[in-house]
Design a protein around this ligand. Sequence first.
Ligand code: NDP
Length: 401
Amino acid sequence: MSRVLVIGAGGVGSVAVHKMAMNKDIFSHITLASRTKSKCDAIAESVKQRTGVTIDTAALDADDVAATTAMIQAVKPVLVVNLALPYQDLNIMDACLAAGVNYLDTANYEPRDQAKFEYSWQWAYQDRFREAGLMALLGSGFDPGVTSVFATYTKKHLLDRIDTLDILDCNGGDTGLPFATNFNPEINLREVTAPSRHWENGQWIEGPALSHKQVFDFDQVGPKNMYLMYHEELESLAKFYPEINRIRFWMTFGDSYLKHLEVLENIGMTRIEPMMFQGREIIPIEFLKALLPEPSSLGPLTKGKTNIGTIATGEKDGKARTVYINNVCDHEEAYAETNNQAVSYTTGVPAMIGAALMVTGQWKGAGVFNMEQLDPDPFMDMLNKHGLPWKVQDLDAPLDF
Ligand code: NDP
């Protein structure tokens, strides 16, 4: 029985809180705090209707460390679940240290003024969390999150040695809108417009953004164009699995999305440098975010499925083997259950599972942890029970891409 404080009332926060309320035996009391309290209240109402559980809500600017510390001290949670934006990660970690409480997030820290995300800033908290006897769990979403757990499960049960790992992220959902991003538009566009980068033979190989394309036939979705991209779990996988020769991340994009993105980039709308407009400073990508649909509004519009998984090649009992683990999630089913589409669902459910494993002590430790460092079995078991079932399939090797 554990009290938790969830920060961030977007699509991911909404799913996590719904799923926590569905598991009252694990999460005895939930407080949802975010910058805009009305969004917390709308989520609380949906949670009440769907589960009968009452949650507390509060307004909080998590960029304010003192206010966040005071709220943690007042709520007295055993865990703070950070589902705000990557910009808040360090401030919320500081507040957790000040208040003596464990921490979990789904996306690594990113400074506002650089389109750059890496773990170095959060790994630098290792000693402080260890000395305080507290646990910080980084990246408990789907990717990062489940994809790293799939890799860890592969190493524990399916392959003695992993030689290559490919992460394939397909969103086959259609909103019917010409252009929308399925999670925070600003974070999404910063990620997609960054140069591609993958790990090969001990070094990072860089290329222009979205320049390397492959077609892959995804189960229950069909053939889709997927593009080589940089993604944050590549960094932790390369660190914790130095045996893997090549680690790549692929994401599918439709032609219409890419056409819009190209135009927006060409005219400067995705820039993150401030500029003057009618006597005030604006940041073009923040202005663009204000024009685009809120991801949390896409729930009723999105049809189709996501299919995200990992393909690992390597050796088992002296024989070459290639294994594919993946989950398929239906947008409409996710919406019916939690009021949110599948991209929020596939992130919010693993956030709830990571939180459940921490508050029940199945995952415990002092310091800063990535998903690869923890036993995959209880997490994989909970994925099957809480809406994200997965399957393992042997593939012909070598991969033809
Ligand atoms: P949204 O933009 O929908 O929601 C973010 C929420 O955080 C909003 O409610 C926002 O408030 C709130 N917020 C922003 N700044 C602050 C602040 N300073 N203090 C308090 N609250 C704040 O994003 P998503 O729900 O789509 O994503 C949430 C997180 O999940 C992001 O970090 C994203 O990168 C991550 N993510 C991870 C994935 C994974 O697989 N690992 C996949 C998808 C997302 P307001 O409404 O007032 O703006």
